[in-house]
Design a protein around this ligand. Structure first.
Ligand code: SAH
Ligand code: SF4
Length: 471
């Protein structure tokens, strides 16, 4: 999400005459887009801010700004204690960057950390930074209303709001026109996406003007443009994008177990261009811990959602997020997390030690009482369990035919390329097939020949650039 936010910022600044350069050494302005999710993330940014002193010593005119969640959370501290920082801008205030930069230009410090209930940067077309030209992010909603006890996001990114579906579909169409092959729709909790448009006369949608609503035709249950007001939930949005861009692969992140509906699963199963992969963070396998985390579901509910995914899409891959050592977590709770991991058999997981965040419900209500060393041990066990689970899932793909979208050259060997299958696992394939060079952006059929815990090796049996379109 931060990568995509930086792309929105680049777009706003491009209109103001700025262009992105390759390194901080060449720049007149350095903006650090920051994350507050764990203390470690903030520590990394504080180090980076200190490094800016050296750059400023060499380039007196250099201006330095801090964007994103840390700007929101630590504005005073940053402005008072970090002399090198000229500018502090929260995640909802990027449109004001040109004015703020003018102020900075006159030697003053500038700050805007106002959060908004409306800002979605809906019509801003991001400038794709560091792009591989194949995959791109599209943010569909901002903020979060969930208040999980451990999480700082609702405080730094504000209230949940959903972006106009027409601007999302337009942005995806634009990506297709520019040659992109895959999009990831982003939100903190995509399952609670909801948009109700104000009534718009039908005739306004007919001119093909990107800024006005386009009539959307489509499948069962899809909202049509003559039925305003248009109410669109996440399942509808997925279907709209799948129909509008049949050659584009579609992924999304993040689902929330309490809000994931069967309607979304039905849509995913119906469209071959929606990838069969769900990131469904569980956080803990213990219902008691989940309750303290204020996650809104218990273990049984999560396992029922899991069963429903498998009913609708037996070939769907599932990944998760897990926190080790949340407040009050006992050894039994930890064992329940390990047993849930074993029951589900995740393809992949992001695993963290609990890190107390100021202002959160947990920081106010519960002591951070699992000793650091104990958190470390539990995390190590969780990581070990996941390694085994990943290895098992990956081994299960050996012998199967998968459709792989090539993304780039393998880090390990220039003679190999890497891509991903629908399940989001990395697949390594030879760069040349019978003397023909494969290129990023091509879809190929690959027979999976071997696996590790982190990737698959494939033999290419054919190029299927048009396969999705035909499906
Ligand atoms: N909105 C997403 C997750 C956003 S943060 C969701 O609800 O799933 C990504 C992950 O960071 C979370 O799923 C959680 O596992 C982890 N995380 C968030 N706050 C944390 C904290 N205080 N300590 C450790 N991990 C945390
Ligand atoms: Fe944080 Fe929970 Fe919102 Fe995810 S759903 S961003 S973990 S509050």
């Amino acid at each position: 999400m931060n990568v995509n936010d930086s792309e929105v910022v680049a777009s706003i600044l491009a209109k103001d005459g700025y262009t992105a350069v390759k390194s901080a050494e060449e720049a007149d302005l350095v903006l650090l887009n920051t994350c507050s999710i764990r203390e470690k993330a903030e520590y990394t940014v504080l180090q980076r801010i200190n490094e800016m002193n050296n750059l400023k010593a060499r380039n007196k005119g250099l201006k330095v700004g801090v964007l994103g969640c840390m700007a929101e959370r630590m504005r005073e501290e940053l402005l008072e204690k970090k002399k090198v920082v000229d500018l502090v801008v929260g995640p909802d205030a990027y449109r004001t960057l040109p004015e703020l930069l003018e102020k900075v230009g006159t030697g003053q410090k500038a700050v805007n950390v106002l959060l908004s209930r409306e800002e979605t940067y809906g019509e801003i077309v991001p400038v794709r930074l560091d792009t591989n030209g194949v995959t791109a992010f599209v943010t569909i909603m901002r903020g979060c209303d969930n208040m999980c006890a451990f999480c700082v996001v609702p405080f730094t990114r504000g209230r949940e709001r959903s972006r106009d579906p027409h601007s999302i579909v337009d942005e995806c169409r634009d990506l297709v026109a520019k040659g992109y092959k895959e999009v990831t729709l982003l939100g903190q909790n995509v399952d609670s996406y909801k948009y109700t448009s104000s009534p718009v006369p039908f005739s306004q949608g007919e001119g093909g003007n990107a800024a006005s609503p386009q009539p959307l035709s489509g499948g069962e249950g899809l909202p049509s443009s003559d039925a305003f007001p248009l109410r669109v939930d996440f399942a509808d949005l997925l279907e709209m994008v799948a129909l509008a861009c049949p050659t584009l692969r579609i992924r999304y992140s993040t689902s929330h177990p309490k809000d994931m509906t069967d309607k979304v699963l039905v849509v995913m199963a119906r469209y071959p261009n929606i990838c069969k992969y769900i990131h469904l963070p569980v956080q803990s396998g213990s219902s008691a811990v989940l309750k303290r985390m204020n996650r809104g579901y218990d273990r049984a509910w999560y396992m029922e959602r899991m069963a429903s995914i498998r009913r609708h899409m037996p070939d769907c891959a599932i990944s998760t997020d897990i926190i080790a050592g949340f407040c009050g977590e006992t050894e039994e709770d930890h064992q329940e997390t390990l047993s849930l991991m074993n029951e589900v058999g995740y393809d992949m997981a992001f695993m963290f030690k609990y890190s107390e965040r100021p202002k959160t419900l947990a920081a106010r209500k519960y002591p951070d009482d699992v000793p650091e060393e104990e958190k470390g041990r539990r995390l190590a066990e969780i990581i070990e369990a996941q390694k085994m689970s990943s290895a098992k899932r990956m081994a299960g793909y050996v012998g199967q035919m998968h459709e792989v979208l090539i993304e780039g050259v393998s880090k390990r060997s220039a003679e190999h390329l890497f891509g991903r299958n629908s399940q989001n696992s990395i697949v390594i394939v030879p760069r040349y097939v019978d003397g023909f060079e494969l290129k990023p952006g091509m879809f190929v059929h690959a027979r999976i020949s071997s696996s590790t815990a982190g990737s698959l090796q494939g033999e290419v049996t054919g190029i299927v650039e048009e396969a999705l379109a035909k499906a």
